[in-house]
Design a protein around this ligand. Structure first.
Ligand SMILES: [Mg+2]
Length: 121
């Protein structure tokens, strides 16, 4: 059986980590913190920008954005590995949960949080 692409990616990241003996630093708390920091680094690229300036940044800093997205994915996969979470299954499970929480026929075109539109008349 051929491993799926996500498993290959996870193994490549684990190999990178293990070759450097960094597993000792990768407890779930610190991996979650690193994930959050990398997400903030992505946000920092766009901070205070809107309109044409934001559009320009999206093009001119594409490589930097790609690097930060990769950092986020790497820490997420490492966190899932440490917590024995099947990321693909977790996403599918959460999607089913969200389908029930946000029925398409009730929320289409509405960005309100689930507890706001249920109270609407
Ligand atoms: Mg980074």
């Amino acid at each position: 059986m051929q491993p799926d692409r996500l498993s290959e990616l996870s193994q490549a990241i684990l190999d990178f980590r293990n070759e450097r003996d960094w597993q000792q630093f990768h407890n779930p708390k610190d991996l979650a913190t690193a994930l959050s920091i990398e997400a903030s680094e992505l946000q920092e690229i766009f901070l205070w920008q809107n309109g044409s300036e934001l559009a320009t940044t999206l093009q001119s800093k594409r490589t930097q954005i790609q690097h930060e997205v990769a950092d986020i994915a790497a820490y997420l996969l490492l966190l899932c590995h440490e917590l024995d979470i099947d990321l693909s299954q977790a996403v599918l499970d959460k999607l089913e949960h969200n389908k029930a929480k946000y029925p398409a026929d009730q929320v289409r075109g509405n960005a309100k949080k689930y507890d706001e539109y249920h109270t609407q008349d």
